[in-house]
Design a protein around this ligand. Structure first.
Ligand code: KG4
Ligand code: ZN
Length: 339
């Protein structure tokens, strides 16, 4: 039996999960609302909120797993303690990593350090049906945009990534220009459902290979809105649904064209998505449509496993546990990290 307690604290969600033999029994997530008024995550406030949330969140994760397994499960029953080591906000990562290291030392249990981006990809292994290896994963979040080949749970290869903004940033920055509050991605998604996606045309970059770029789109939206507002000061309010639909359509096109290229280059037709932006309805639909047209087998994680969560850390830790890939107490959190 492998019982693992996992902790995720890389950005502004404090999360804990219990995984038993590769099955998730709890995934408790405390969101931080303190950032809303600032229009973005404030690192110092995030660290402080993690400190407040971490004990109750871990406690709730163990209690939920205990009730589901109908056993008097406690932290002493865990076989390993896992945590997000990198990448992320350093202050946030330090809270989770120090907590996990302290537990590991106090309980004399092995420690497992998990890479957050690897965990986003392996979120696709949480529920059935799971993709078989190798598979492709488009990971789209607030900080990253990557195409990854998963050769095995622990052997992942990044074959494309953004050279500037992440897809989530493209959503959030466009939303800000449209006067929508942070994080604007889900609001663009909502407005887009009532809009005409071909009403306005925005720049699509011509980047060679499998890399992405979103900075041109941002500039294109900025100048377009500036010019239109000179003609009609209520332009945004009058066209919010069509603007959101058109921006979203452009972002999805940029993503899907590269993903299609990746399936052609690798010959892999099992395609997964991961990360917060994979909650986007337009992207999910586009993926299903491409899948049908090009005979891909599509895998989309449940919403709670797309945005930041500890269940994805726990499932990754499970595969590391099987390989006895443990960290020692000298391991440190890192804001940036290569795979
Ligand atoms: O993976 P995630 O929760 O955190 C990071 O690791 O960054 O991703 C957050 C990003 C934000 O940019 C947010 O606006 C975006 O995911 N997002 C969405 C949607 N839901 C979340 N973007 C577009 N449509 C959505 N429905
Ligand atoms: Zn993330």
């Amino acid at each position: 039996m492998a019982k693992i307690l996992a902790i995720e604290s890389s950005c502004d969600e404090t999360s804990a999960s219990v995984c038993i033999d590769g099955k998730i029994f709890s995934n408790i997530i405390a969101n931080q609302t303190v950032h809303e008024q600032y229009g973005g995550v404030v690192p110092e406030l995030a660290s402080r909120a993690h400190i407040q949330h971490i004990v109750p969140v871990v406690d709730a994760a163990i209690k939920k797993a205990a009730s589901l397994t109908q056993s008097p499960l406690s932290v002493h029953d865990m076989d390993a303690i896992a945590f997000t080591q990198a990448p992320g906000l350093i202050g946030s990562l330090l809270v989770g990593s120090q907590f996990a290291k302290s537990l590991s030392l106090a309980l004399n249990k092995p420690l497992i350090a998990v890479h957050h981006m690897q965990a986003h990809v392996l979120a696709n292994l949480i529920a059935d049906p799971k993709p078989t290896f190798p598979f492709l994963c488009l990971t789209v979040s607030g900080g990253h945009t990557q195409i990854v080949v998963a050769h095995s749970p622990l052997k992942l290869e990044v074959i494309g990534e953004t050279i500037d903004d992440a897809a989530g940033e493209a959503f959030d920055k466009s939303a800000k220009m449209l006067g929508l509050p942070y994080p604007g991605g889900p609001l663009i998604d909502k407005h887009a459902q009532q809009g005409d996606l071909k009403k306005f045309k925005f720049a699509e970059p011509q980047i060679p290979g499998l890399n992405f770029s979103f900075s041109g789109l941002k500039t294109s939206v900025l100048y377009f809105l500036r010019d239109e507002k000179l003609k009609d000061e209520n332009f945004i309010e009058r066209n919010i649904n069509d603007l959101c639909a058109s921006v979203q359509y452009t972002i999805i096109n940029i993503l899907m064209k590269k993903l299609k290229k990746a399936t052609e280059q690798t010959g892999i037709k099992r395609v997964c998505i991961a990360g917060g932006v994979s909650a986007n309805k337009g992207l999910r639909n586009a993926l299903l449509q491409y899948g049908e047209k090009h005979h891909w087998k599509i895998f989309i994680p449940a919403f709670e496993y797309c945005t930041d969560n500890a269940a994805m850390i726990a499932i990754t830790a499970y595969y590391k546990f099987l390989e006895e890939d443990f960290a020692d107490l000298t391991v440190t959190a890192s804001a940036r990290a290569e795979w």
